[in-house]
Structures are given as structure tokens and as C-alpha cells.
Write a protein that binds this ligand. Structure first.
Ligand SMILES: Nc1ncnc2c1ncn2[C@@H]1O[C@H](COP(=O)(O)OP(=O)(O)OP(=O)(O)O)[C@@H](O)[C@H]1O
Ligand SMILES: [Mg+2]
Length: 342
């Protein structure tokens, strides 16, 4: 695979005494890939993006953007990349369209080409009606869309988005998700940083989780969540067979037997079940019990086994509900760092 971004042993130290902001990061991003860089405040995400976009000089290590070394050949790298910074940096003295045109001129686009490109991007980002508006009169979300439109004027190969969704309403977020998928479909590589695990999970082909400037994990969201031991929970609700009058405690026996059978299934990391209240003496009743089976394996392999165990070992119990809850990236993050991200 062609690598659009290569980061090798990247270190950034702002002060000799302070711990490094980036502490030996190594990763690659494939062409057309959407790569999510996740991590808590101060993890080193913006610093990494800053180095990759030539704004920050690294202390050591090597970064290539489409083959261009960002330290040795910053001008070439800048032609190939675009950045949407964490803090909006539009030219407040210009209107929306002028911001795009100016950027086109900076990148050497001819007049006809930059006018065509600006109008095309204003339409793409739903900004045509705001083309003549002064930047200072835009809402935060509108300004964010202008920054993204501006970034695309010179047709970058790699787009860096540093927390592009902060402050956007749900509609704008979805709109931006679609644009990012479109760009990726056209072969543009997208590197985005975010705190939002759900957003990273839905958008990214692969995710790198960083903390204290180090990479803790890097894989597809599916692989990261799937590899979490006991991370997936299969919940089976069972209606027990009628408890014959006078057979106190039979329901509890069935539940214990079923629980043991489920625990023995291959790939099961743990099991819990509801406590079954003792049957009232003499009363015929059907108790219910919920079983929670935890696994790190693909739940589709385990589901038929759970069904079979209930049929064979449930002594007439009926399955009334079956559900699968996969772990989220948030669960992965907590298991890696022992703390909540937000
Ligand atoms: N210009 C700077 N001078 C000194 N220290 C800095 C500078 N910029 C960032 N840092 C420090 O480097 C570390 C990483 O900061 P960085 O902005 O890269 O984190 P981040 O992951 O982007 O965080 P956030 O989620 O808050 O945006 C932090 O400890 C921060 O205080
Ligand atoms: Mg940041």
C-alpha cells in the first residue's frame, strides 16, 4: 500500500525539563484512508498534526507527507497537504469567498481556476448563500465549514482535521461526515483528531489511541473493540418451565445448571445471571432469568451455542430475548489507560 503519511519515531519536546509532548510516535496512514488520532487533552495530537503540517519543528524523528519530508522539504509538503486547525484562522478582513480565492492565489492557482474552485467548494460545503458575508459575522459552525472549504481549494492529497466537529450542531456534523467519506472515496487521505470515540468509530478506517505522546493502540475500530477480553456481552432472557407445586428451589437448580453449561462454552470469559427468587410454596409459576455471557470472540460464533445450551440444559426453559452489546472504543480506552476520556 502507498503510504500517504509516514511518522517514524517522532519526538517533540517544547522544553528540555518538561516531559515530551510527543514521545516516539510511529505510524503510517494509507492513501485514501480515514485515520483517527484519539486521546485526552494534552495527549500530543495537535503537536503531531503541527509537525506533519510543517507548523512545528520536531525534536527528532522523521515525517513524510506523500513522500515529502516535512522538515527538509516543507514547501513541497505544504502543496500536498491541507490543515483545518483546532482554532479557526480565517482572515477576518475578507469575506467568505475572498478567503477561498486568497488561499487559491497563495497556492499559485490561476484566476479562472481559483474562481471556479472557490464557487465549487462553496456549493459543496453549503456556503453559497454566505459567499459575500464577512467572516466575523459567521456563526462558529459556518466558520468551520469555510475553513474546510478553504483547505480544499488547492486539491490537497492529505487533509488534516484537528477536532473538526467541536461546536458543530448534529446536522453540520453529519454533513461533514458525508464530505469526509466523499473525499476519502476520491482518494484524499484524511487524518482527524478527536475526543469523540463514537465519531472516530463511525468515520475512521483505523484509529490510533495516544496518551502522553505515546501510541497505546492502533487498529481498525472493529479489531480494537473486538480484541477486548470479555468486551462483548450476549444477554439471554429465559422464561423457566413451570415450577411444579411443592418443588421449592427447582428454578434455582435449573438456573445453576444452565449457567454452568453456558460458562463451559468455548470463548466464554465470564457469566452472570439474575438471582431467581424462591418459588412460593404450592404456587405454580414461571420464573424469568437473564444471563449475561461475556466474550472476547466474535459473538456470531457463540450465539448458536447459547441457543443450543438453553434448549438442551434449560429443562423446558424458553428463550424470550437475545441481544449482543459490543464494546465501544471508550471501553477500549478505559482498559488501556484506566480512565475515562471525557
Ligand atoms: N507551544 C507550546 N509550548 C509548550 N508546551 C506546549 C505547546 N503546545 C502544546 N504544549 C504541551 O504539549 C502537550 C501536548 O499538547 P497538544 O496540544 O499536542 O495536545 P492535544 O492532544 O492536541 O490536546 P487537546 O485535546 O487539548 O487539543 C501538552 O502538555 C501541552 O501543554
Ligand atoms: Mg489539540
Amino acid at each position: 500500500m502507498n503510504h500517504a503519511v509516514t511518522v517514524t519515531e517522532l519526538v517533540k519536546r517544547y522544553h528540555p525539563q518538561a516531559p515530551p509532548a510527543v514521545d516516539g510516535l510511529t505510524f503510517t496512514v494509507g492513501q485514501g484512508e480515514v485515520f483517527g488520532l484519539l486521546g485526552p487533552n494534552g495527549a500530543g495530537k495537535s503537536t503531531t498534526v503541527g509537525v506533519l503540517t510543517t507548523r512545528i519543528l520536531p525534536t527528532s524523528g522523521r515525517c513524510l507527507v506523500h513522500g515529502a519530508d516535512v522538515v527538509a522539504r516543507p514547501a513541497e509538503a505544504k502543496r500536498l497537504l491541507a490543515v483545518v486547525p483546532q482554532r479557526q484562522n480565517l482572515d477576518r478582513s475578507l469575506d467568505v469567498r475572498q478567503n477561498l480565492l486568497f488561499h487559491g492565489r497563495y497556492h499559485g492557482l490561476g484566476r479562472v481556476e481559483r474562481v471556479r474552485r472557490a464557487d465549487e467548494l462553496l456549493a459543496l460545503m453549503g456556503l453559497t448563500d454566505l459567499a459575500g458575508r464577512r467572516v466575523e459575522r459567521l456563526s462558529g459552525g459556518q466558520a468551520q465549514r469555510v475553513v474546510i472549504a478553504r483547505a480544499l481549494v488547492h486539491r490537497p492529497e492529505v487533509l488534516f482535521l484537528d477536532e473538526p466537529f467541536t461546536g458543530l450542531d448534529p446536522q453540520s456534523r453529519l454533513f461533514l461526515h458525508e464530505r469526509i467519506r466523499e473525499l476519502s472515496g476520491q482518494g484524499v487521505t484524511v487524518v482527524l483528531t478527536t475526543h469523540d470515540m463514537d465519531e472516530a468509530e463511525t468515520l475512521s478506517d483505523r484509529v490510533g489511541i495516544v496518551d502522553h505522546g505515546r501510541l497505546l493502540a492502533l487498529d481498525t475500530p472493529h479489531a480494537l473493540t473486538g480484541a477486548l477480553p470479555g468486551g462483548t456481552t450476549i444477554t439471554a432472557q429465559v422464561r423457566l418451565a413451570p415450577d411444579p407445586a411443592g418443588h421449592d428451589g427447582r428454578a434455582a437448580e435449573v438456573v445453576a445448571a444452565l449457567s454452568a453449561a453456558l460458562a463451559e462454552l468455548p470463548g466464554v470469559d465470564g457469566i452472570e445471571h439474575d438471582t431467581v427468587p424462591p418459588a412460593e410454596p404450592g404456587a405454580e409459576r414461571r420464573g424469568r432469568c437473564g444471563f449475561r455471557v461475556r466474550t472476547g470472540k466474535d459473538p456470531s460464533v457463540l450465539l448458536p451455542e447459547v441457543l443450543r445450551a438453553v434448549a438442551e440444559r434449560g429443562a423446558g426453559a424458553e428463550l424470550t430475548d437475545l441481544s449482543v452489546a459490543r464494546p465501544s472504543l471508550q471501553d477500549v480506552f478505559i482498559s488501556l489507560t484506566g480512565r475515562e476520556l471525557r
